[in-house]
Write a protein that binds this ligand. Sequence first.
Ligand code: KIV
Ligand code: ZN
Length: 390
Amino acid sequence: MTQAIDKDRVLIFDTTLRDGEQSPGATMTHEEKLEIAELLDEMGVDIIEAGFPIASEGDFRAVKEIAERSKNSVICGLARANLTDIDRCWEAVQHAGKPRIHTFIGTSPLHRAIPNLTMDEMAERIHETVTHARNLCGNVQWSPMDATRTEWDYLCRVIEIAIKAGATTINIPDTVGYTAPVESADLIKRLIETVPGADEVVFATHCHNDLGMATANALAAVAGGARQIECTVNGLGERAGNTALEEVVMALKVRHDIMPWHTGVDSTKIMNISRRVATASGFAVQFNKAIVGKNAFAHESGIHQDGMLKNAETFEIMRPADVGLAASSLPLGKHSGRAALRAKLRDLGIDLADNQLKDVFVRFKDLADRKKEVYDEDILALVHAGEDAA
Ligand code: KIV
Ligand code: ZN
């Protein structure tokens, strides 16, 4: 019996351990990488790019061990377009239940100038290396690096060569975060319509965040027909980072009405892996980062806190539990109102009469004007100071 193909399923390809680790200063230890790979596998990430095996002995060992321990995810290693890289990559990933070789070459004019290859020479190199990778492994991904700045005709030509040579996934990297969402959707759509054999492979999108458009570009590419999103936890990655895993997963979940595609990721595991990656990489998550920032489910102003206390949907489009967070928070500060103060006092087991609350509220506002955040201990001190004065 043949299995029905789910055309709306978007594969999540996580490259935290490869592109993410390429962030200057984000190096992770061997043990940390194993742990993160295990968490990614458990949360339903389809493909884990575990590293770049030729880059160092450490990278090789990490990819090999992640491959050996993998349970459900495809384990992928990166290789440049040469036979030595590809052989080394295969040596590491072959231990996985589901291995993949990912090989790439820069195809834009700027990138072609680096190895100093003519268009024909590069085309020949692509044919040779993808054929070699496919002879080793049934699952081969090929990427024309800097695809979004590659001439249209040449891009079509090299993708066709890679497909004919056996690539099963064609990834379209926006290597320098240059593209805009309308272009991203249009590029994938036109490639699928134009390149012979395109309907037999999966098209992937790999976006960088130099202009802050990585998530928008990735989702637009899916609208254009891509069915694999390459991303990293917390958006870790070169320069301004990559598309953030948590953003695309939650965007597809929350706005399913308008983006009718789905992933296999268990979103309730997002907060845990976000914290683990932040600690391992040493890259703290910015407070206002979408989905996983400290303030993503925090509300300070009186109007917002009052709304939240009455109905969380007034100011939240996702439930904290959907991303693995126990609850939203209503931090007390100078913008907070009486309703939030009363709720906080109740949490602390204190029920004040209206006139007492009025009194504590006046002193609370006075303190909040001097302090960025008012903590539980401050509130308790205010209440007790009031009792002493009475
Ligand atoms: O950004 C990029 O082009 C890459 C490739 C190696 C896929 O990371
Ligand atoms: Zn990249």
